[in-house]
Write a protein that binds this ligand. Structure first.
Ligand code: ADP
Ligand code: MG
Length: 317
């Protein structure tokens, strides 16, 4: 089982940033409003995520670390409808199989916190919510550890991963600290303020709002005007049902809307959120869920392209 977990971990857990993503998504699923990520040595030596969410009851701590144990889905039919970020029940087990993990948690009903480490549950210090502490990532699998880059590079990947999540959750306060130094401090704010804090400054200076809605789908966000300048390609953010995605179809739809002005030479900056009936999208294509498949891709393409064209139109007229 340990081996299976370590192999499964390889699919989802490539580096500290993947640990960060899974743990922060769990904190969000637990309705946290404040999430702090602390790294030591870019997360290679230690990565901890502390949240003020609903916590894990003492008796569920051993279960939370078991493979395929999830509290988020009760039967397979729910898979298609599930909106929570995690539902595979393998992140904690996978991370625990390739690190030294301690989970400390306290629910509102408990008078103290409990922690679990190597299967042992004991009383611990801790406020309401959960802290997951991951030490010495990949020390059990040296072959995998070799693939990690420098501490600075891993810290940079962690920052990017947290930014991607934070953009979709402006009502949550986030902090990222590396070796005691704050790297990212995000207060609760409006969606647009959160986006403009994270994207390049030129984006805020020349942007148009996007909005379109039908009975089953909605697209909204901001697109940069051509005068916003040439972007780094990583200033392109797409979310589907609250989840950051890299999707060729969506990227193509946006690019097509710019076609007349950009002559396919420049990369526009944008941040778009597509909310669509979950039945119309399959997010289980890849375990990290950053890829997806739309059931009616042509329709989605047209819908997004027209919305962006409309947003750009008054500026280009
Ligand atoms: P999944 O998120 O797919 O359910 P995980 O392995 O990520 O699987 O987590 C297992 C379970 O542990 C979750 O279903 C949840 O019940 C619990 N859990 C994990 N992290 C937290 C957290 N930060 N707050 C509350 N519960 C948590
Ligand atoms: Mg999870």
């Amino acid at each position: 089982d340990q081996l299976i977990s370590q192999i499964a971990a390889g699919e989802v857990i490539e580096r500290p940033a993947s640990v960060l993503k899974e743990l922060v998504e769990n904190a969000i699923d637990a309705d946290a409003t404040r999430i702090e990520v602390r790294l030591e040595s870019g997360g290679i030596k230690r990565l901890s995520v502390t949240d003020n969410g609903r916590g894990i009851p003492k008796e569920e701590l051993p279960l939370a670390l078991k493979r395929h144990a999830t509290s988020k889905i009760r039967d397979l039919n729910e898979l298609e409808h599930v909106l929570s970020l995690g539902f595979r029940g393998e992140a904690l087990a996978s991370i625990a199989s390739v690190s030294a993990m301690t989970v400390t948690s306290r629910t509102a009903e408990q008078s103290c916190a409990y922690s679990i480490h190597e299967g042992d549950v004991g009383v611990a210090a801790g406020g309401l919510g959960t802290k997951v502490d991951v030490e010495d990532l990949f020390f059990k699998t040296p072959a995998r550890r070799k693939f990690l880059k420098s501490e600075a590079t891993e810290a940079a990947h962690c920052k990017v991963a947290l930014e991607r999540i934070a953009i979709a959750h402006p009502t949550i306060e986030f902090r990222l600290v590396n070796n005691g130094k704050p790297v990212l401090v995000l207060p609760v704010e409006e969606s647009r303020a959160r986006i403009n804090r994270i994207l390049p400054d030129e984006f805020a200076r020349a942007q148009r709002e996007v909005y379109a809605e039908t009975a089953t789908a909605r697209v909204y966000g901001w697109v940069g005007l051509p005068t916003a300048g040439r972007a780094r390609t990583d200033a392109q953010y797409c979310y589907v049902n609250g989840r950051f995605v890299r999707d060729k179809l969506l990227a193509h739809a946006v690019k097509s809307a710019y076609a007349d002005v950009l002559h396919n030479q420049l990369q526009p900056m944008y941040c778009l959120f597509v909310d669509i009936d979950p039945i119309k999208v399959d997010v289980n294509v890849h375990p990290t869920k950053s890829e997806l498949r739309f059931r009616d891709s042509q329709w989605v393409h047209q819908f997004v392209m027209h919305a962006v064209q409309n947003a750009l139109a008054p500026a280009l007229a």
